[in-house]
Design a protein around this ligand. Structure first.
Ligand code: XMP
Length: 507
């Protein structure tokens, strides 16, 4: 394991990803909750931070159990922190350095720099520089403006890098990370999807024994992979529940249920559409709609789980970004914990223990694990779809009629994206039912019908997103098909807002 101590940099997760891409396991912990340094930890990386080390409120960590004992790499703030704390000088740069720079000189003999070519491009993002290094520290790379762009410490496996080796624009950054984690820390590159499946199945067997587990399937990637790996461990002691909330895509309920059964899962489909529609009746406020949907979901799930005798565990498809404690730097409480309730937050009285087999994985790793479990690409490559489903894509009151119309529109849109070979390039796509009627003319008749909006975005994690520049011909074809085939719609618009300031969903 590589331990990454997070000082609040926006790039900390990227460091973890770079390490994991080398098939080496890494874990992020907040700097003030450093776990015990056991033999398992082969190396430690200190992240960047929005703080300056000269700031009074800057994070302050005792490295005496780590420095000189375990291989240690400081990145940006991490590098400055060590320089500052061990007797060097860190001061504001004369010119603040952001963006592209090139290494003009480096010590090829140094093990961290091996294989890094001359003039290698690196990405800087800092307002401070290391003006002088502590005794025992020496420079191993410089750029035009920054003499101490990277350093090492005599007779120790301790290093600092001022730039960001983890970002894509540092062209040889991954070589430096490789040098640190493989050559210097001696990690074996054996953390593969297959190895993950084997060890997780073993752990789950030990942990769960003959206990029964209930899991709510959503049709999405995370819950499908979680269910499959649990099923490998405990077989039919896993009870899956797939709820039709009446707000799914066209034919999705039947198709997904079918494919789950094909996978050998013990799954019960529960059609609760009418319950959801009844709860949504008369509601127009987005938050009230979300709450109503969440509440019915909990009720249905609760009722169904009571039918499973002696269930002790609740399985969830929680993944790593949902559980990382991120360091808040904007004042307020010093930490925020992002928690995510895949099943909408269960009532306390259910008294189930929670088992989350994927909680250490990033999304793309979940897909790789899914592939190694033999789950079909059709499930693994699915676009994200919100829990409240079409309920938050029908603006205003939700009715069964509107759901039917929107399902048709959405199906045409998604099928045409697939036909055009664009589905996998788009991160998420869907249609929105607008609460306005507009005038149109069909044949010689005046129409006064609803308008829909199409939304397609690119993104990596849904936190930020841009609208997709879909080809006009494809958009034209989709619009024609929708207006000609879907009764009740006479106008199609395309959403060209990015997130921020808009969001992906309209509600
Ligand atoms: P927004 O609209 O916040 O959406 O930009 C970001 C991502 O989250 C999805 N989303 C949800 N997913 N329950 C979910 O499971 C929800 O209530 C929910 N709201 C939004 C959205 O589809 C997008 O992928």
């Amino acid at each position: 394991t590589i331990l990454i101590l997070d000082f609040g940099s926006q790039y900390t997760q990227l460091i973890a990803r770079r390490v994991r891409e080398l098939n080496i396991y890494s874990e992020i912990h907040p700097w003030d909750k450093c776990p015990e340094i056991t033999e398992n930890i082969k190396g430690v990386i200190l992240s960047g931070s929005p703080f300056s080390v000269r700031d009074e409120k800057a994070p302050n960590i005792d490295l005496s159990n780590i420095k000189g004992k375990v291989p240690l790499l400081g990145v940006c703030f991490g590098a400055q922190y060590m320089a500052h704390n061990y007797g060097g000088e860190v001061a504001a740069s004369n010119t603040r350095e952001y963006g592209r720079a090139n290494i003009v000189e480096h010590d090829l003999e140094n093990e961290l720099m091996q294989g890094v070519p001359q003039k290698s491009q690196v990405w800087m993002s800092h307002g401070d520089s290391i003006k002088s290094l502590p005794n025992d520290f020496y420079t191993i790379a410089s750029t035009e403006d920054v003499k101490n762009a990277a350093y090492a410490v005599k007779n120790e496996k301790t290093y600092g890098i001022q730039f960001h080796p983890e970002v894509y624009h540092s062209t040889d950054g991954s070589t430096m990370i490789y040098n640190f984690v493989v050559n210097i820390s001696g990690c074996a590159q054996d953390w593969t999807p297959d190895a993950f499946v084997d060890s997780t199945v073993d752990d789950l067997k030990k942990k769960l024994g003959n206990d029964r587990v209930i899991l709510g399937l959503s049709g999405g990637v995370d819950s499908s992979v979680a269910a499959t790996i649990l099923h490998q461990a405990i077989g039919d002691n896993l009870y899956c529940i797939f709820v039709n909330n009446g707000l799914l895509r066209k034919n999705e309920y039947e198709q997904v249920l079918e494919s789950y059964k094909g996978m050998g899962l013990n799954v019960k489909g529960v059609d609760a559409s009418e319950q959801f529609y009844a709860a949504l009746k008369g509601l127009t406020d987005p938050e009230e709609k979300r709450k109503a949907i969440g509440k019915v979901f909990v009720d249905v799930f609760d009722q169904e789980s009571k039918l499973v005798d002696q269930a002790k565990w609740l399985g969830q498809g929680t993944i790593y970004p949902d559980v990382i404690e991120s360091v808040s730097v904007t004042g307020g409480p010093s930490q925020t914990i992002k928690s995510h309730h895949n099943v909408g937050g269960l009532p306390d009285y259910m008294k189930l223990k929670v088992v989350e087999p994927l909680k250490l994985l990033f999304k793309d790793e979940v897909r790789r694990v899914g592939k190694s479990l033999g789950i079909s690409p059709a499930i693994l490559g699915r676009h994200p779809f919100p829990g409240p489903g079409l309920g938050i894509r029908i603006l205003g009151e939700v009715t069964a009629d509107k759901v039917k119309i929107l399902q048709e529109v959405d199906a045409i849109f998604i099928n045409e994206l697939k036909t055009a070979g664009l589905y996998d390039e788009v991160w998420q796509a869907g249609a929105i039912f607008l609460p306005v009627n507009t005038v149109g003319v069909m044949g010689d008749e005046r129409t006064y019908e609803n308008a829909v909006a199409l939304r397609a975005v690119t993104s990596t994690d849904g936190m930020t997103a841009d609208w997709c520049h879909l080809p006009y011909e494809v958009l034209g074809k989709i619009s024609n098909k929708i207006i000609n085939q879907v009764k009740g719609i006479n106008r199609v618009t395309y959403d060209i807002s990015s997130k921020p300031p808009a969001t992906i969903e309209w509600e």
